[in-house]
Design a protein around this ligand. Structure first.
Ligand SMILES: C[S@@+](CC[C@H](N)C(=O)[O-])C[C@H]1O[C@@H](n2cnc3c(N)ncnc32)[C@H](O)[C@@H]1O
Length: 284
């Protein structure tokens, strides 16, 4: 407990000690980040006003947030926001927290298919679809998810960003007409139940299981998605998937078996095989 009228600096130092005791890495940076995000400002701006007295409301709100973080909840759920490419998105337990690796998937798609009709399958927070709509010049961006809760969050993000994205509650590409899209983009769930159980508690106990696990080999959604992409892609259209690095060869093989061509595996910024790209033949 911090006494009334404490400075921002004193609050953040107290939080740093609590976070350090809970084993949170880089506790000082995290405490400043928490404070700044709750204030809606950059950490650098918060540092400049560190000597001012925090109001009682600010202090209580901050201490509640620190307690959630100490209890193991991910930072983005505590602050309620996550940065993704040029966007700041609302973030909560209804959907996966957007990851930096997924920004790389968006980049690969923008380089190859910056226009036409694109579908983001398993949109979660809406991050991929909204970033594509923001940075590309698409005629239409469709975002599908099986989870009504996730789609509710994607809707809030779409409305807040003003992006033109059509949201669909559905199962993978089931609602799409044959040969109707220029690109199918997806970061599908790709872990096994056993891998989900072994994840660090911050992810396992807070992020939705439907967003993470998919069948006994982790490939149930991906297997179906690759097949369905062959049906809904226009000739020459792209399939772009984020994958678990251990499964990249298996996913590339699935794409080949489904009759897709130009199958390539791409690395993320950390040199891990995290993306599989493939095309539907122009000739069909
Ligand atoms: C790994 S999360 C990705 C979320 C978001 N695209 C991102 O990259 O942060 C997978 C998403 O796929 C959705 N999903 C799982 N199975 C699905 C299915 N059969 N059809 C549509 N969406 C599905 C989940 O609800 C979840 O939102």
């Amino acid at each position: 407990m911090t006494e009334a009228g404490a400075s921002v600096d004193a609050l953040v130092r107290a939080a740093t000690r609590q976070l350090a005791a809970a084993g949170v890495p880089d506790p000082s940076r995290e405490a400043w980040r928490l404070w700044a995000d709750l204030q809606g400002e950059l950490p650098g701006a918060s540092l400049l006003t560190r000597d001012r007295a925090a109001s009682t409301g600010e202090a209580e709100r901050f201490q509640r947030a620190v307690a959630r973080r100490v209890a193991g909840e991910p930072l983005a759920y505590v602050t309620g926001i996550a940065g993704f490419r040029r966007l700041t998105l609302k973030c909560d337990r209804r959907a996966l927290i957007p990851r930096p690796e997924t920004e790389g998937l968006v980049e690969l798609v923008l380089q190859r298919q910056p226009g036409g009709v694109v579908v983001d399958v398993g949109t979660g927070s809406g991050c991929i679809a909204l970033a594509l709509a923001d940075e590309g010049r698409y005629g239409a961006v469709v975002a599908v998810d099986r989870s009504p809760a996730a789609l509710g969050l994607a809707r809030e993000n779409r409305d807040a960003t003003g992006a033109r994205v059509h949201l669909v509650l559905g199962d993978l590409c089931g609602g799409l007409a044959p040969a109707s899209v220029h690109a199918v983009v997806s970061n599908p769930p790709y872990l096994t139940e056993a891998e989900l159980a072994a994840l660090e508690p911050g992810v396992r106990d807070h992020e939705p299981a439907l967003a993470l696990a998919s069948g006994p080999d982790g490939l149930a959604a991906t297997r179906r998605l690759v097949q369905e992409a062959g049906r809904v892609l226009r000739p020459g259209g792209w399939l772009a998937l984020e994958v678990d690095m251990l499964r990249a060869p298996a996913v590339a093989a699935l794409a080949g078996t489904a009759g897709l061509m130009d199958v390539t595996v791409h690395e993320d910024l950390f040199g891990r095989a995290r993306y599989v790209l493939a095309r539907r033949s122009e000739a069909e």
